[in-house]
Write a protein of this length. Structure first.
Length: 386
């Protein structure tokens, strides 16, 4: 997918055609948020909000399906916010995989009519996220866990094959339809692996040891650890490592997995962190078979391969998909649709533009965006109002 040339003079980027004339918009106030939407989207209802956005549910009268309309909060507050805005829409537009959310539409009421202030992203509506499913059903059957884990790993393999690190794999960012289709959501924290990635990422309970121990750099294994945490939580009905801070999380990990090997200890860059682990009084370490008494040998093997203290020993997504527990899906795993069709160019990550320049790139992207509708399910039966 071509991106507006970041290496070119940004001022020369064309904003592209106006997608919706001003007469096509109407306003709806949901809770404390005003949504300005094109007339193709009707029946808006409030869904929720977070630090970076508010979300409404709507009906897309063009595609005849339910959609989620995400209004970004302060999309151009400063250069970093503006870059995040561009990154999220760019990565979402690239996605073309059945287990990753796709971008249906991206718009701004100000596009072509003045200074860009608002950005809206439109994606397929998902019936529920894994967090709400676990709240309703507590733990899940191994059959469901295996199928969900398989779909999650397919999506992670797709991302990792083009060097995208999601960095926020957790139950609220994993959506499930009534037909048990599973999709990864929210690419607000995602990054291209070519960057030097440091600092805390991932919600606390799903952080890998190398993130907690402040390794100078981390990589794709961060997502694999989080995937293992999610799989364990689906089986257990509660988080595997429910610590409140880094020390308590490391203690939970040692109680579940045992202390790290000396080989792993030698890789810890902080002497104080290494000494902290050596001094921990862990007590008896529970075997995985006792922690998950109803799990099959294949599921235990999957968890062991993913929940390795040492990121160099952690299974990759491709290695995990080759494990015996997923043997019956082998023909599906090899299908071309489960692999990227083209490389991902993230040259923009190296740019330090000001807000005005990022706005021009966002405008150009909006004007030229075409959705990859192949990512949408052909079956519209699940788009009827619940």
């Amino acid at each position: 997918m071509a991106e507006p040339a970041a290496a070119a003079a940004v001022g020369g980027v064309s904003p592209g055609p106006v997608k919706y004339p001003p007469s096509e918009y109407y306003r709806v106030k949901l809770m404390q948020t005003v949504f300005e939407v094109p007339k193709r989207y009707t029946d808006l209802t409030y869904h929720g909000s977070g630090a970076f956005s508010s979300v409404a549910k709507a009906m897309d009268t063009v595609l005849q399906r339910r959609v989620a309309i995400k209004k970004l909060s302060k999309p151009f507050y400063d250069p970093e916010y503006a870059k995040r805005t561009y990154r999220e829409m760019y990565m979402l537009a690239y996605m073309d995989h059945p287990n990753i959310i796709c971008l249906i539409d991206v718009y701004s009421p100000q596009l072509g009519h003045g200074d860009l202030r608002e950005v809206y992203l439109v994606t397929p509506w998902m019936d529920a996220d894994l967090k709400s499913v676990l709240k309703q059903y507590n733990k899940l059957s191994e059959e469901h866990v295996r199928f969900f884990a398989y779909q999650m790993l397919l999506a992670i393999r797709y991302l990792h094959s083009v060097g995208i690190l999601h960095r926020d794999i957790k139950p609220p960012n994993l959506a499930i339809t009534e037909d048990n289709d599973f999709k990864i959501l929210d690419f607000g924290l995602a990054r291209k692996l070519e960057e030097q990635l440091t600092g805390y990422v991932v919600t606390r309970w799903y952080r890998s040891p190398e993130v907690l121990l402040n390794w100078e750099h981390y990589g794709l294994p961060v997502d694999m650890w989080a995937a293992g945490c999610v799989i364990g939580e689906m089986l257990l009905g509660k988080p595997l490592f429910p610590g409140e801070d880094a020390p308590s999380l490391i203690l939970f990990m040692c109680r579940r997995l045992g202390k790290p090997s000396e080989e792993m200890m030698a890789k810890i860059q902080s002497p104080s962190a290494a000494q902290f682990i050596r001094d921990l009084e862990v007590g008896e370490v529970a075997a995985f078979e006792d922690l998950f008494p109803e799990a099959s040998d294949g599921m235990i093997e999957l968890l062991r391969r993913l929940l390795q203290f040492d990121p160099d020993r952690r299974a990759t997504a491709d290695e995990a998909l080759q494990l015996p527990i997923f043997a019956e899906f082998a023909s599906e795993t090899a299908k071309p649709r489960n692999l990227p069709r083209e490389p991902l160019n993230c040259d923009f990550e190296g740019q330090n533009y000001g807000v005005a320049d990022w706005k021009r790139l966002v405008e150009a992207f909006m004007g030229s965006f075409t959705p990859k509708l192949s990512s949408l399910s052909a079956d519209a039966s699940d788009d009827e109002e619940a």
